[in-house]
Design a protein around this ligand. Structure first.
Ligand code: SAM
Ligand code: SF4
Length: 330
């Protein structure tokens, strides 16, 4: 067993996010441009075998948890085949998928059969017109159907990720919370981060955790912080006092959780990133294609040693990363 992945600040890294594609079938305004986009050429995108190879090396360094993301991961053909390859890797304790769920209904059974159970479904609103405005596509019915099918197949836990943007989604906070309470699904509101492709982000558009909590308390009564939360998980979770489940927040802007970060990232074109906001990255595609596992392991360690203490959103010296969210993998 090799030494665990501990960075210069003593943070243990056991969590890997793999982006399987930089393409997407919808166009959320806070992530993608309305038309076009800059995509890596197909030959630069890692194959499933290369992703599995990378994962085996990372597991040898102590990685235990995986999240598959994108772009839209279900837009990558036969994703269930990758899931099946990953579930077979000894040492992986947890695999989750982050998806917009447009294609979930069609693929849920194959994903379930491949061993996937944990899902984070991205859904900001239950209002069809606002969904269309946010995503520039009319896909809400398919998303809701995908959630129904996943629940009926027995996926769990399913969580909903809702990006909160001031002036856009305020009216959705309570309906989304109600939906989660009725369906037994935890909703997690994500503060709008400066990762959009059009440079639209501005601090004044961030709907903060505290602002959302105020609305939720006014409607549902006091919410209690869930005790004994995993310190290294990005969400801050609260519990409804009437026993109708939990609600969470990813308060990356108002309450950054960098000090507990345990994540490393692999982009779909084979770049290592130590942070969502990193402005530098390291190529491992050539090493993977050469079958150089020792080189890949050394690159993972070297990249981690460069990791900073945290991002500085809101500070004057903050520089947004050169890649937008869809090309990094959220
Ligand atoms: N397409 C999948 C989805 O939407 O879930 C996976 C990739 S997406 C980039 C991952 C997550 O990033 C989503 O939950 C989405 O809500 C979130 N996201 C995208 N752009 C964001 C932004 N500018 N600020 C905060 N969250 C964002
Ligand atoms: Fe696509 Fe996800 Fe980005 Fe929305 S947030 S455009 S669903 S990659």
């Amino acid at each position: 067993m090799q030494a665990p992945l501990v960075d210069r600040f003593g943070r243990l890294h056991d969590n890997l996010r793999i982006s399987v594609t930089d393409r997407c079938n919808i166009r959320c305004f806070y992530c993608m441009p309305e038309e076009g986009g800059q995509y890596a050429p197909k030959q630069e995108i890692l194959s499933f075998e290369e992703m599995a190879r990378f994962t085996r090396v990372a597991v040898g360094l102590g990685v235990r948890k995986l999240r598959i993301t994108g772009g839209e991961p279900l837009a990558r053909k036969d994703l269930h085949k990758l899931i099946a390859m990953l579930t077979e890797i000894e040492g992986i304790e947890d695999i989750a998928l982050t998806t917009n769920a447009v294609l979930l209904g069609a693929q849920a059974k194959a994903l379930y059969d491949a061993g996937l159970r944990r899902l984070n479904v991205h859904l900001d609103t239950l209002d069809r017109e606002r969904f269309r405005e946010i995503t520039r596509r009319d896909e809400l019915p398919r998303v809701l159907e995908g959630i129904d099918i996943a629940q009926s197949l027995g996926f769990g836990p399913i969580k909903l990720n809702a990006v909160a943007v001031k002036g856009v989604t305020e009216a959705d906070i309570l309906p989304m919370a109600r939906f989660g309470r009725e369906r037994g699904i935890e909703v997690r509101f994500i503060e709008f981060m400066p990762l959009d492709s059009q440079g639209l982000w501005d601090k004044t558009q961030v709907l903060t955790m505290d602002q959302m909590l105020e609305r939720l308390r006014a409607e549902f009564g006091e919410l209690d912080v869930v005790p004994d939360q995993d310190e290294r998980a990005p969400a801050t979770e609260f519990r409804y006092r009437d026993g109708k489940g939990n609600i969470g927040f990813i308060a990356s802007v108002s309450k950054p959780f960098c000090l507990n970060c345990n994540r490393i990232r692999l982009t779909s074109d084979g770049k290592l990133r130590y942070c969502l906001f990193a402005v530098e990255e390291m190529d491992v595609r050539a090493l993977l294609r050469a079958g150089d596992d020792a080189g890949v392991a050394a690159a993972i360690r070297e990249n981690l040693m460069r990791k900073w203490i945290g991002h500085e959103i809101g500070a004057t010296q903050f520089v947004p990363p050169p890649r937008p969210m869809y090309a990094i993998g959220g």
